[in-house]
Design a protein around this ligand. Sequence first.
Ligand code: ATP
Ligand code: MG
Length: 574
Amino acid sequence: MKMSKLYMPTLREVPSEAEIPSHQLLLRAGMMRKLVSGIYSYLPLGYRVIRKIEDIVREEMDNAGSQEALMSAIQPRELWDASGRWENFGPEMFKLKDRNNRDFCLGPTHEEYFSSLIKDEIKSYKQLPLNLYQIQTKYRDEKRPRFGLIRAREFIMKDAYSFDKDEEGMENSYKEMWEAYDKIFTRLKLKYKVVEGDSGAMGGNHSHEYMAMSEVGEGLIAYCDKCDYAATDEKAIVVYNVEESNEDMGKMEKVHTPNATTIDDLVDFFKIEKSRFGKAIVYNVSGEPVVVIIPGDRELNETKLCNYLKVPEHEIEMADEETIIRISGANKGFTGPVGLKEYAKVLVDSRITKMKNLIVGGNETDYHLKNVNYGRDFNGEVVEDLLLVEEGDICPKCGISLSMDRGIEVGNIFQLGTKYSKSLGATYLDENGKEKPIVMGSYGVGVSRSMSAIVEQYHDEHGIIWPLIVAPYHVIITIINNKNEEQKELAEKLYQDLKNEGLEVILDDRNERPGVKFNDRDLIGIPIRITVGRGATENIVEYSLRRDGVNIEIGADEIMDRIKDEFKREDIEI
Ligand code: ATP
Ligand code: MG
């Protein structure tokens, strides 16, 4: 490709809406453009990267025995009514009507669609297992689209669905997909961790997420340095040991605590540690108030709360001030489990039941209660674990302390079981002629999100540093002086020769100053660089790699050997 013809609208300035490096660099390097919030166009260079990621995903899915298909992005409501997700998916679903007023959605995912697709064709155990995938555009009206391709409203996903006759078969399919994903993300050069995930709205009970490590990642991971335990913060089990105390229960007393509305205020006031308080958090769950009591030194995990209450995430929100005043009879900051003024469901984290003589909100403005004990002074539904994991918590598997890190979720795998096959009627006849629901799994890779994740892991202050395997072009040849015939001729010759060797090459033949050309090649991140300058008369060029920038002078006839070494180093065939 000649750069003078390439549609690569680079930007000098950092676009103001872009907060993180990948978002800034993909825009600046002319790889993508925003249409509206969360919706992007891929420009020629960016789209080449997308296609390379897709190809790797394809190869590994094919190798794992999955077969590529392509569904429609538009789906009729009936499919989603059958699974209950027309309502449950919530406002993230883009809904539309056709001219006859029939409801449709733009597919946010395809579990229902694939279940219904295979149900009329798959009749017998002999046709199982089956694994199908597609690479397709997905639509989700995200609450907070941000970070460019990382949380977009239109994005490219590879989604796969496995169909097995029993749990054992599903576990096997799951393992095969796990291995395929390891190969995909390793080939994409991503540094990643596989962590236990929450299955939430997907149904099913077992899932893992592939997290590309990055400090800008929206996902928090808790992991153990000693054993293999690793989970998202949504999922991580909190081991919070409370010694059963022998303390006698004191007499419950009202204490005047003017303006002490936060745990920090209370610690100052009472001069005791945070863990002696019972924190009350009021939620509005599908319109009903729920009061949750947890230890004062911890945070609540909303995912665990949703799972316990069996409601989707969009059905819960923190209660507004008015609701708090109504049910507690006091201003915000003084709610507690004793003497609520109006009925509310009270959930109690199990650790609270083992604590003695807690201090809690008094349900009266400017008052708290001390020496409050579960069972004697208040009751509620006890929930094993409602807490959010913290750095230093104890590993539930091996007992040493957990570390925390951030990651970008680039893929996930779910054991779905029979939720979708049962609701959509996808059954088969087993060896004894008995009708059984197909046991399913689903497996996603964020293709466009992966492009951003790669840029997050591979960039510097000058631009992107594409790993060779996904780079839009392998080599860039820069002509220092366009008016010099020898330089031009040698550069043109190298350009043709390298292309004939099967390499993807850009020739920067623009009438720009060398400084401009160097800045652009750094920005767009082409891995292998050849500079044709004064040495052209002796057939000498400069050779360098984007990743280390070290320039060496070599004879033009040595170039191909160097390039071959680089491909070998990266374990890629030309
Ligand atoms: P998240 O927790 O980040 O919202 P999810 O659990 O909703 O992700 P899935 O429904 O499992 O994601 O989708 C499969 C994959 O699609 C994810 O692992 C992710 O890589 C990608 N993905 C999901 N939502 C988006 C989005 N809004 N923009 C870009 N990629 C996305
Ligand atoms: Mg999501």
